[in-house]
Design a protein around this ligand. Structure first.
Ligand code: NAG
Length: 312
């Protein structure tokens, strides 16, 4: 008898906060575009709920290990799940400004490598179960996602085609070349610095890869990094609309007077068809395998199957 009652009360609370939210948006009159963004985000949120219901069979309990990517801002009551290659450096910088006791003001003044130093920001996994649950219940949870293959190509270009990324070349490149290149040169085996996109794809879809260790976070699926069907993110921002979604979020968090999301000078976005070029010389067989690997990220975040793929 207790359960339904609690359920109804919970529902009442939800409906209540829903109305408060509507009032909040209506009273905020200068933000016509803010409310337009709100309705897009609400649609996205609804899509995620639907998709989780249709595609995820098994539900399981979260462990602290699952929460490593959630960054905590206790001052503003925020939880941000960072996804590499989706403006996460800038979001980490913004959170350093917000949590930093006035130490930083301008996010862009924080060197990029500084933003990734472990320990600068707190991860939800560091807290006790009680503290974790309290934050999951009360805080505004958000995530930013990106078209999965655009993100993947961006990770490939950044980690395998830049001379300075020697750590990735050594750690992953040498292994990829050893396994996936016929007749490799000694120098390539030693340096691992000339992995082709095709070889990278072979590595990703090779069942041995994930048996040995989890994917590196730069190419791990958002679904596995942030558990969007287990954690109810209030806001699902998109890289494709980064500026407006970020502005919306900071306003919602009441932090828009303290910090502005950095607008990038480089036009790194609108790269709509960058991925198409890279998939051109991947055979349909491997295109399909790769699509299956990233399928859940396409489905959960409402990205349509790229037209350039040859899936049949
Ligand atoms: C899903 O994507 C389609 C096509 O891009 C779009 O028209 C639609 O509004 C999106 N749905 C939601 C709920 O965001």
């Amino acid at each position: 008898m207790i359960k339904p009652k609690v359920g109804r009360m919970f529902l009442a609370t939800c409906v209540g906060s829903f109305f408060i939210l509507i009032l909040y948006f209506q009273s905020n009159s200068r933000s016509l575009d803010q409310s337009a963004v709100a309705s897009v985000l609400q649609g996205r949120r609804g899509h995620l709920d639907e998709a989780c219901r249709s595609y995820i069979r098994k539900r399981r309990v979260l462990t602290p290990e699952d929460l490593r990517h959630l960054i905590v801002d206790d001052k503003h009551g925020l939880l941000y799940c960072y996804v590499p290659k989706v403006a996460c450096t800038n979001w980490k910088r913004v959170l350093m400004v917000l949590t930093g006791d006035g130490r930083y003001r301008n996010p862009l003044a924080i060197p990029a490598n500084e933003a990734h130093v472990p320990g600068r920001l707190r991860s939800l996994s560091e807290y006790s179960t009680t503290e974790i649950n309290r934050r999951l219940r009360k805080y505004l949870k958000f995530i930013f996602v990106r078209e999965p293959f655009e993100r993947l190509v961006s990770a490939y270009r950044n980690k395998f085609t830049r001379n300075y990324n020697t750590a990735f070349h050594k750690r992953y490149g040498t292994k990829i070349i050893r396994r996936h290149r016929a007749d490799p040169q000694a120098e390539a085996l030693e340096k691992g610095n000339d992995v082709s996109f095709e070889e990278f794809v072979y590595y990703l879809v090779d069942p041995r890869t994930q048996k040995e260790e989890p994917f590196n976070e730069h190419w791990e699926r958002v679904h596995s990094l942030c558990h969007p069907c287990l954690i109810h993110y209030d806001v699902v921002g998109k890289y494709e609309t980064l500026e407006q979604d970020s502005r919306y979020l900071l306003k919602l968090a009441g932090a828009d007077q303290e910090v502005q999301f950095p607008t990038s000078s480089k036009s790194t976005r609108t790269t709509g068809d960058m991925a198409a070029k890279f998939f051109d010389n991947i055979s349909p067989f491997y295109q399909k395998k790769l699509y299956n690997l990233y399928r859940m990220d396409f489905l959960l975040f409402n990205y349509s199957t790229p037209a350039y793929l040859k899936l049949r």
